[in-house]
Design a protein around this ligand. Structure first.
Ligand SMILES: *[C@@H]1O[C@H](CO)[C@@H](O)[C@H](O)[C@H]1NC(C)=O
Ligand SMILES: *[C@@H]1O[C@H](CO)[C@@H](O)[C@H](O)[C@H]1NC(C)=O
Ligand SMILES: *[C@@H]1O[C@H](CO)[C@@H](O)[C@H](O)[C@H]1NC(C)=O
Length: 495
């Protein structure tokens, strides 16, 4: 670089005399230098910059000699537990259709990762979403708080059905990133930095920041703004979806998205570019009905494929693991005893704050109708986010005061039942037992991570509510209420 030429030892005194041409050359050189260094430095300093980085050597994971055996599928769950469960079910379905081993994620902290809004076309890019999920999953490992989805949800009915293959995220990361995760959980929060560095690179790669690599990694860019996945509805493949951003939104947000319906098997299955990839990474697999359309996954039946059709039926309801179900049943049988009503009242969280009246009204009506049948003392199990100390002045307060007519039951995080159940769940460690080729070499010991008690409490409460023989009153629009209804329908409390 010729910068020396322009730096004169005595330039201070002569500053005013510098010719315009020299000034121009000086600035020009600076600009050249800036671009030179920007291009060479930014890829290594900013591996997470939003654009994918064009030139990097083929990552070692993609080297044919040490490529993982098998075909895997990863995705990015988010939001609360019920949402994560719904995505998990879609992921199982996709993994089956594409004949890939599903990487089972951890249970993420409530709203640690948020997607955004599909109807408003304002969601995180799949790369960003995947990296947040990756980062949070690694954080859970570091904090010794890692709990697999398969520790909580019982996959054994599917495993014995033997057509869906699973691998634990930890086992997958150990093999794919070539790291030993045994040392990652520690009281000392500083992961040894080589591990931290290789995990960061591995996560960036897996999230799609370096792009896709043929035969190795396919990091999908499709999301709910562009794609509604379908399966074996030939006449729909490639068609426009009925829900599109309207003109107003298009103008205001400068939206260029067009939503198409795409057959997942044709797009990513045999004969596609994605099919040869060892790892296929989806973004969000969340879907919800909106204005007569599904936001991202519209696979509710597969009449032309009996095996997938059976699977759709099977995953409609995935029960909790036996440790959790037994805890809920025990509380219903031994503590509440006799028939009881369950009230699930979501009062504090986001959208539910403004609907107290409606939420209490349903409960009031149910209780009135029970009283008319001549019930003496009605037992009510209450699951709510409103702390007991704040019940006074609400309908719950009134019920609590009238102890002749009502007996109320709650479970608290600090109760022995919750603590014991958390311990049992962790000791069972169903997640790490998932069939996987690489598990023995993964080097993960079966550590007893302390589970978040708030989550365990929620699972147990849901089971208790599914045992309520006098009925169930839930909060309209709450996904928790929906999953309780589903559990009641499947009668998990009998047996
Ligand atoms: C599915 O994948 C497994 C393992 O990779 C393979 O053995 C099997 O033949 C595949 N099935 C189909 C229908 O392609
Ligand atoms: C990853 O997680 C760490 C620790 O929680 C956080 O400090 C960091 O900002 C996260 N990085 C990204 C890109 O989210
Ligand atoms: C509950 O009560 C406490 C103490 O009385 C008060 O500080 C808090 O704001 C109340 N919370 C709600 C959600 O009403």
């Amino acid at each position: 670089m010729e910068t020396e030429t322009f730096i004169r030892p005595n330039n201070k005194s002569k500053k005013k005399q510098r010719s315009p041409l020299l000034t121009f050359l000086f600035l020009f050189t600076l600009i050249l230098l800036f671009f030179y260094f920007k291009n060479f430095i930014s890829p290594s300093l900013l591996p997470l910059s939003k654009k994918s980085i064009p030139i990097i050597p083929r990552p070692q994971q993609c080297n044919p000699t040490n490529r993982l055996q098998g075909k895997f599928m990863w995705y990015a769950p988010h939001s609360g537990f019920s949402n994560q469960l719904a995505e998990f079910k879609n992921a199982i379905l996709m993994a089956k259709i594409l004949n890939r081993t599903l990487v089972v994620p951890p249970v993420l902290d409530h709203h640690a990762v948020a997607l955004g809004s599909c109807p408003k076309f304002r969601v995180l890019e799949p790369n960003e979403l995947r990296y947040l999920v990756w980062n949070h999953s690694i954080q859970l490992l570091r904090d010794c708080r890692y709990v697999s989805m398969a520790d909580i949800v019982d996959l054994s009915p599917l495993a014995s059905y033997s057509t869906v293959r699973f691998i634990d995220f930890r086992a997958f990361v150990s093999s794919w990133c070539g790291v030993n995760l045994d040392v990652i959980c520690s009281k000392d929060q500083n992961i040894p930095s080589p591990l931290s560095e290789s995990l960061r690179q591995c996560g960036s790669l897996l999230s799609g920041y370096y792009g896709s690599f043929s035969g190795c990694l396919s990091a999908l860019k499709e999301d709910c703004r562009t794609t509604v996945w379908t399966y074996k509805k030939d006449n729909e493949d490639g068609a426009l979806d009925s829900f599109q951003p309207d003109d107003q939104l298009r103008k205001k947000k400068k939206i260029s998205f067009i939503r198409r319906r795409k057959d997942v098997y044709k797009a990513l299955g045999p004969g596609s570019a994605a099919e040869s990839a060892t790892v296929l990474a989806f973004g969000s697999l969340f879907t919800a009905p909106y204005k007569g359309s599904e936001s991202h996954v519209d696979i509710h039946e597969a009449p032309n494929d009996p095996i997938v059709q059976t699977l759709i039926k099977k995953i409609e309801f995935l029960p909790f693991v036996p440790e959790i179900i037994n805890a809920g049943k025990k509380f219903a049988l031994q503590t509440i005893k006799g028939p009881f009503l369950c009230a699930q009242l979501r009062l504090l969280d986001g959208q539910f704050k403004n609907h107290h009246k409606a939420t209490f009204l349903g409960l009031k009506q149910k209780i009135e109708s029970l009283r008319q049948t001549g019930q003496k003392q009605i037992h009510v199990f209450v699951m709510t986010d409103l702390p007991m100390a704040n019940w006074t002045g609400s309908y719950l307060g009134n019920l609590a005061k009238d102890s002749d007519a009502f007996k109320l039951f709650v479970i608290r995080e600090e109760d022995d039942l919750v603590q014991e159940t958390a311990k049992e769940v962790m000791a069972a460690g169903h997640g790490l037992k998932l069939g996987s080729v690489s598990q023995s070499s993964a080097g993960i010991d079966k550590r007893h991570y302390p589970q978040s008690l708030t989550d365990v409490l929620l699972y147990i409460e849901e089971v208790v509510c599914s045992c309520a023989s006098l009925g169930f009153v839930g909060t309209a629009g709450s996904t928790i209420a929906e999953s309780i209804e589903l559990m009641r329908k499947h009668d998990i409390c009998s047996g």
